[in-house]
Design a protein around this ligand. Sequence first.
Ligand code: PMP
Length: 426
Amino acid sequence: MNTSLLERRFKVLGRHSPLFYEKPLQLVRGEGVWVYDADGKRYLDAYNNVPHVGHCHPRVVEALCKQAGTLNSHTRYLDETVVNYAERLLATFQASLERVFLTCTGSEANELALRIARECTGHMGVISTAFAYHGNTAAVSQISSVFTPASKRGPFVRCVPVIDPYRERNGRSDDELADAYVRDLQQAIDDLAKNGVKLAAVLFCTAFSSEGLPEIPRGYFPKVAKAVHAAGGLVIADEVQAGFGRFGSHMWGHDLHGMLPDIVTMGKPMGNGHPLAGVVTTADLMERFTSENMYFNTFGGNEVSSAVGLAVLDVLRDEKLLENAQRVGDYVLSGMRVLQKRHPSIGDVRGKGMFFAIEMVTDQQTREPAGARTKVIVNAMRERGVLISRIGMGDNILKIRPPMSFSTQNADVLLSTLDSVLSSVG
Ligand code: PMP
């Protein structure tokens, strides 16, 4: 590890600017699912969704360089590429979601979504979950409960408990469980109302990724939408993690869950590392919002960003990466279930497409989260050349979310490394 670079970083970026791993990594190069550190050591990237179609994908790099060498100004000129991109992107949504605002970050997208919801409903209340991350602006950080304690969320925000069917199913059907979780939501809506606050929006990640990728009971999201609409609010689906085919079977998490949101936000994988994000909504909501508010974003969807966004969509289509995510994802999941039989510390294996969670417990019966051991596992995996991370309220859930081009050979490396780490760590 380069300790002098670490010290220099602390001096200019501060000690609290987050860094992964006990021994932070200095990555200098990436290619496909592989990244390389400053000593030339190769790591399998089984964590990053930003390089969605693979690190430094040549078609994305070429599109970026070509457009950067042609024209890049801002978003107030007529431009063919941005219109092409908006058309191609919107074609992946249900028909009523037919307008897009392009932004640079997921935080900006969620901030704009909240503005639209508050403006168009005339209400202020917003509900997220009790362990959510949605971004870093003033309004969005209030609902990003992972980092913002209840005392700092302000009078307009309520958080519903994180759903946890692994521990809470108790023999209940999906329908019964979904109803129970929607009752939690209704309580939050009622609590706002009791304090004179009407509901503007519920904003949920459609994977509940920070929450630990729980198995979402069938019918839950449509029931959420029904309760939210009955209260006069709008549904905002945060697709920053789940979007762009992460689940393999569907381009968007809300489609997988059979829900029609009013507003969808997206980011991270959209530009494969280039800052590109967006808000998709109905023609009516866009019209009502923009007739009262001029929305302008200097860089959001500029010529280069749109060229990059198009290249990402092209690669997803041409390399059949959703199909790949489904096929390889099933292979990874069945391998993880084999590991679960061998290692009693694995309480639960969940996931779909190229998104997996392995819940580590101290005891399979009590299902007590094994947070400290999970941290050891993540660091041991890094030492053995495989990058993963951890999530969840108990910090005990391995988060595995590789680029969409992950192969069965890559999966074998991931699974065998995890097997050997679990054998040594327990
Ligand atoms: N929503 C979700 C679900 C996210 O995971 C993130 C980033 N981790 C954001 C929003 C914010 O995106 P950004 O960091 O691009 O602002």
